[in-house]
Design a protein around this ligand. Structure first.
Ligand code: 13P
Ligand code: SF4
Length: 392
């Protein structure tokens, strides 16, 4: 066996502190934020939006707070928002109410003249931080050493930094989202015999096993914190899916026990979860799909039906408020928001928008040209996939 290449162990930064350009977490918001208790915040946001008119387009991910999502011109899951960003060449500014990797993707998919703004640069994603480019390059070197790199197609979940997307673009791979992971994997297995799936092991495993007919034994997990990923060359050669050891800290909380408890207490409850949940949770659910799929399913459900929803709490609470004729509960006993999605609040939104009115672009997200070139290759491969998504 060839000696395993060294792994790179990068310290995680506390939220919003310090500067680490390789981190999704970014830096603290510069400038004077309006006070959160300012009673005029809503009026100020409305006035800024009106002043900017068609020059600004506001995108809002479904996990955003109510106070922010109300100002979005379009709401969506990460796939829909990527498409919407690409379809707005007339907007001078794209204000992205979501997280850093989404704003990076919007920058890649928009023209150089358009400016993408993330109202709080500390809105990163802990899952995206779990795959760093040097770590992924180490893993690829191990695949080369095992003599299989030429058979492996790298596929990265949208929830990854632009340099990981660029890595996939350079190495014949693509991006996927939770809306199109199945069709992306079908495409990948037409290009090669194996897939390296980054960074969410759960989306990769759930899609491979529940949609593609692979078995759990076909999957191995590459742990970037262990020498050689914690795998032998033989295990790498035998595997069909090489899953990266990353996960979402929000969706990772849902447990199969809670599914059992809710089924015992709410008669006829249907369990609807996001594919970032652990495999054992998804196995116990009735339906699994992206945030857009979850919304469409609840909208189409009959009055009187009962749902336990396993996704971010802002969205679940909004669904419950919008559908008082249905019983909608959160699939966890404790409150759990995505802390980084929640970084975008009304003061940051007002601050970003008012600066744009003054002609000052704050918190612009700009991907460097070389990374952008290859990340766009991977994103364009995703956007060119046949239109089958988990909504169909
Ligand atoms: P989707 O929007 O693709 O469903 O992803 C959920 C998520 O975790 C976004 O960060
Ligand atoms: Fe990242 Fe999970 Fe938050 Fe999405 S919900 S931004 S995957 S931590």
């Amino acid at each position: 066996m060839t000696a395993a290449p060294p792994t790179v162990d990068l310290p995680l930064l506390p939220l919003g502190r310090g500067v680490d350009l390789r981190s999704e977490r970014g830096v603290e918001c510069p400038g004077d934020l309006p006070s959160a208790s300012d009673p005029d915040l809503v009026a100020r946001a409305l006035a800024a939006k009106e002043a900017l008119g068609d020059r600004v387009f506001v995108l809002g991910h479904h996990y955003q707070r109510d106070e922010v999502i109300r100002f979005a011109d379009v709401t969506g899951d990460s796939f829909k928002l990527a498409r919407e960003a690409a379809a707005r060449p007339e907007a001078e500014y794209i204000v992205f109410c979501g997280v850093h990797f989404m704003a990076e993707s919007a920058d890649i998919l928009t023209s150089p003249a358009q400016k993408v703004v993330l109202p709080d640069l500390a809105a990163g994603c802990s899952m995206a931080d779990m795959a760093r480019l040097p770590q992924v390059e180490d893993a690829w070197a191990a695949l080369e050493a095992a003599g299989i790199a030429q058979d492996v197609v790298p596929v990265t979940y949208m929830n990854s930094s632009a340099d990981i997307k660029a890595f996939c673009g350079r190495n014949g791979g693509a991006v996927c989202t939770s809306s199109n992971a199945e069709v992306a994997l079908e495409w990948a297995f037409q290009q090669g015999q194996k897939v390296l799936f980054l960074p969410d092991q759960h989306l990769g495993r759930n899609t491979a096993v529940l949609k593609m007919g692979l078995s759990l034994d076909d999957c191995v997990v590459w742990d970037p914190h262990r020498p050689g990923g914690g795998l032998t060359e033989q295990q790498l050669r035998d595997a069909t899916m090489i899953l990266w050891k990353g996960h979402c800290s929000v969706h990772g909380r849902f447990s199969p026990d809670t599914v059992d408890d809710l089924r015992a207490t709410i008669p006829g409850v249907q369990v609807l979860v996001h594919p970032e949940c652990r495999h054992e949770v998804v196995l116990k659910a009735d339906l699994v799909g992206s945030t857009e799929f979850i919304i469409n399913t609840i909208e189409a459900a009959p009055a009187g039906s009962a749902w336990a929803v396993g996704t971010e709490l802002n969205l679940v609470k909004r669904l419950a408020a919008e559908h008082p004729d249905k019983r909608i509960v959160f699939l966890d006993k404790t409150v759990c928001y995505c802390s980084t999605m929640n970084r975008i609040d009304l003061p940051h939104f007002v601050w970003a928008m008012e600066n744009l009115v003054e002609g000052v672009v704050v918190n612009q997200i700009e991907v460097d040209p070389e990374t952008e070139k290859w990340a766009k290759v991977a994103l364009d491969r995703m956007l060119a996939l046949p239109g089958k998504t988990s909504k169909d």
